[in-house]
Design a protein around this ligand. Structure first.
Ligand code: HEC
Ligand code: HEC
Ligand code: HEC
Ligand code: HEC
Ligand code: HEC
Ligand code: HEC
Ligand code: HEC
Length: 321
C-alpha cells in the first residue's frame, strides 16, 4: 500500500516538473493573444482585418457598414507570424490613425525604410543589411525606378518573414520566394504601380525552359536572375534579362551554381554540400557523378558501337556476295 502511494507521488511530481519547467509544452499554448500589442492592434484590425467594417456615423447618427478597400486588408494570422509580429501598428504608422475618419493629411506621412531601423545595428550583423542595400541599389529595379522601388515592395510590411534561413522546408521557401517576384511579374495591378509597360507573360518568356512547371517548383527566380554574392545569404542584385542564366549546365553539373544560391544555407551550416548527401534531393541530373556508372556507360556505348560496326561489315560482306 505504502509503495503505491510513493509511486503516485513520484508520478505527480514528475508531471508537475514537466508542466512548469518544460517551456516547450507551454509554448504550444501560444496564441495571438500573447503578443504584447495584440489588444491595441485589435483596435485597428477590427476594421483592417476584415472585408467589411462598421462605424458610427455622427452626421446621420447611426451605425453604417462599408466595404474595406481590399488593398488595405491585413491578414492578422500572417501578421502575427511575421518578423515584425511584436510591433504595434502605430510603431510604424502615425498614432493619429487611432482616430476615425483618419485625417486626409495622414496619407502623405513618410514611411520608415528597413535601413532606418536596421542600418548599422550590430544585432542584425548576420544579415548584412548594408551589403543587401548596396546590391539592391545596383539592381535593375533600383536603376530603373530608384526610390520609388522600395524594399517594402518585395517585403510586405504586414507579412514578411524569413524563410531560407529557417531551413525548414525547401519547397515552401522556393514557393514563398517566387511568390514575391510573381506578386508583380504575374500581377498587372501591382506591376503598373511603377510603369505603364505591358507585363510580359512569365510562362511565355520562359518557354525555352523544358519542363517549366517542374523547374519553377525546384528553383527560385533569383537563382537565374541575380549575381551570386559571397557575403549575403540571399543575393539582391537582380540583373537585366540579358545576363540571366540560360545554360543548363550552370545548374546541371557537379559544380552547380545551386550550391552558391539555393543550397547556400545548407552549405554554410555543414561546411560543404553535395547533392548525393540529401535524401530529399538525390538526383539533380548532372549533379552527381558516379565514376563506376560512367565507366559502365562508356563500356556499353563501345559495345553498341562495336555491334553496329560488326553489323555494317556483315551487311557489306553479304551484299557483295
Ligand atoms: C473604423 C474603421 C477603422 C479603424 C478603427 C482604423 N482604420 Fe485605418 N482605414 C480605414 C478606412 C476605411 C481606410 C481607407 C479610407 C480612409 O483613409 O479613410 C483606412 C486607411 C488606413 C491607412 C491607409 C491610408 C492611405 O491612404 O494610404 C492606414 C495606414 C491605416 N488606415 C492605418 C490604421 C491604423 C494604424 C489603425 C489603428 C490605430 C486604423 N487604421 C484604424 C478604417 C479604419
Ligand atoms: C514594420 C512596420 C509596419 C507595421 C508594424 C505595420 N505597418 Fe502598415 N504599412 C507599413 C508600410 C511601410 C506601409 C506602406 C507599404 C508600401 O508602401 O508598399 C504600410 C501600409 C499600410 C496600409 C495601407 C496599405 C497600402 O498598401 O498602402 C494599411 C491600411 C496599414 N499599413 C495598416 C497597418 C495595420 C492595421 C497594422 C497593425 C496590424 C500595421 N499596418 C502595421 C509598415 C508597417
Ligand atoms: C521601425 C523599425 C523597423 C523597420 C522599418 C524594419 N524593421 Fe525589421 N525589425 C525591427 C525590430 C525592432 C526587429 C526585432 C523584432 C523582435 O525581436 O521581435 C526586427 C526584426 C527583423 C527581422 C528578423 C530578425 C531575426 O533575428 O529574426 C528581419 C529579417 C527584419 N526585421 C527585416 C526587415 C526588413 C527587410 C525591413 C524592410 C523591408 C525591416 N525589417 C524594416 C525594426 C524594424
Ligand atoms: C526584388 C525583390 C526584393 C527586394 C527589392 C528586396 N528584397 Fe530582400 N529578399 C528578397 C527575397 C526573395 C528574399 C528571400 C526571403 C527568404 O527566403 O527568407 C529576401 C531576403 C532578405 C533578407 C533576409 C536574408 C537572410 O539572410 O536571411 C533581408 C535581411 C532582406 N531581404 C533585406 C532587404 C532590404 C534591406 C532591401 C532593400 C534595400 C530588400 N531586402 C529588398 C527579395 C527582395
Ligand atoms: C513591385 C513589383 C516588382 C517586384 C516585386 C519584382 N519586380 Fe522585377 N520588375 C518590375 C518592373 C516594373 C520591371 C521593369 C520593367 C521595365 O521597366 O523594363 C522589372 C524588371 C525585372 C527584370 C528585368 C527585365 C529586363 O527587361 O531586363 C527582371 C529579370 C526581374 N524584374 C526579375 C525579378 C525578380 C527575380 C523578382 C523577385 C526577386 C522581381 N523581379 C520582383 C517589377 C517588380
Ligand atoms: C532557369 C533560369 C531562370 C529561371 C528559374 C527564371 N528565369 Fe526569368 N529569365 C531567364 C532568362 C534566360 C531570361 C531571358 C530570356 C530571353 O531573353 O529569351 C529571362 C527573362 C525574364 C524576364 C524578362 C522578360 C522579358 O522578355 O522582358 C523577367 C521579368 C523574368 N525572367 C522574371 C522571372 C521570374 C519572376 C521568375 C520566377 C518565377 C523567373 N524569371 C525564373 C532565366 C530564368
Ligand atoms: C537554375 C538551375 C537550373 C537550370 C538553369 C536548368 N535546370 Fe533543369 N532542373 C533544375 C532542378 C533543381 C531540377 C529538379 C531536380 C529534380 O527534382 O530532379 C531540374 C530538373 C530538370 C529536368 C527533369 C528531371 C526529372 O526528374 O524529370 C530536366 C529534363 C531538366 N531539368 C533539363 C534542363 C535543361 C535542358 C535545361 C537548360 C535549357 C535546364 N534543365 C536548366 C535546375 C536547373
Amino acid at each position: 500500500m505504502k509503495k503505491k502511494k510513493t509511486y503516485i507521488i513520484f508520478i505527480r511530481s514528475l508531471l508537475f516538473f514537466l508542466l512548469f519547467f518544460c517551456p516547450k509544452l507551454n509554448a504550444q499554448e501560444q496564441t495571438t493573444n500573447t503578443f504584447e500589442y495584440a489588444e491595441e492592434n485589435q483596435q485597428c484590425l477590427k476594421c483592417h482585418g476584415h472585408k467589411y467594417y462598421n462605424y458610427f456615423n455622427t452626421w446621420i447618427e447611426k451605425m453604417v457598414r462599408e466595404r474595406m478597400n481590399p488593398y488595405f486588408v491585413i491578414d492578422s494570422a500572417e501578421f502575427y507570424q511575421s518578423n515584425h509580429r511584436n510591433f504595434s501598428c502605430v510603431d510604424c504608422h502615425s498614432s493619429d490613425y487611432r482616430k476615425f475618419p483618419h485625417s486626409g493629411e495622414l496619407r502623405m506621412e513618410p514611411r520608415a525604410g528597413c535601413m532606418d531601423c536596421h542600418g548599422g545595428d550590430e544585432t542584425y550583423a548576420k544579415f548584412n543589411f548594408e551589403q543587401i542595400d548596396e546590391e539592391f541599389r545596383n539592381s535593375v529595379h533600383f536603376s530603373k525606378y530608384s526610390d520609388e522601388f522600395t524594399c517594402w515592395m518585395c517585403h510586405n510590411p504586414h507579412s514578411y518573414k524569413t524563410s531560407a534561413r529557417n531551413n525548414e522546408n525547401l519547397q515552401k521557401t522556393i514557393e514563398y520566394d517566387n511568390n514575391i517576384c510573381l506578386s508583380c511579374h504575374a500581377d498587372i495591378s501591382e506591376y503598373q504601380l511603377l510603369t505603364t509597360l505591358e507585363n510580359p507573360n512569365i510562362l511565355e518568356t520562359h518557354d525555352w525552359l523544358p519542363n517549366q512547371v517542374l523547374h519553377f517548383k525546384n528553383v527560385r527566380c533569383i537563382e537565374c536572375h541575380t549575381q551570386i554574392s559571397n557575403n549575403v545569404l540571399v543575393a539582391h542584385n537582380v540583373q537585366p534579362k540579358e545576363k540571366a542564366v540560360k545554360l543548363c549546365t550552370e545548374c546541371h553539373s557537379q559544380n552547380s551554381i545551386l550550391k552558391e544560391t539555393l543550397y547556400k544555407y545548407q552549405k554554410e551550416i555543414s561546411g560543404k554540400f553535395e547533392f548525393s548527401q540529401r535524401e530529399d534531393f538525390p538526383h539533380l541530373i548532372g549533379g552527381n557523378r558516379i565514376y563506376l556508372l560512367n565507366l559502365v556507360s562508356i563500356i556499353i556505348f563501345l559495345i553498341t558501337l562495336g555491334g553496329v560496326g560488326i553489323h555494317i561489315i556483315l551487311r557489306l560482306i553479304n551484299k557483295s556476295t
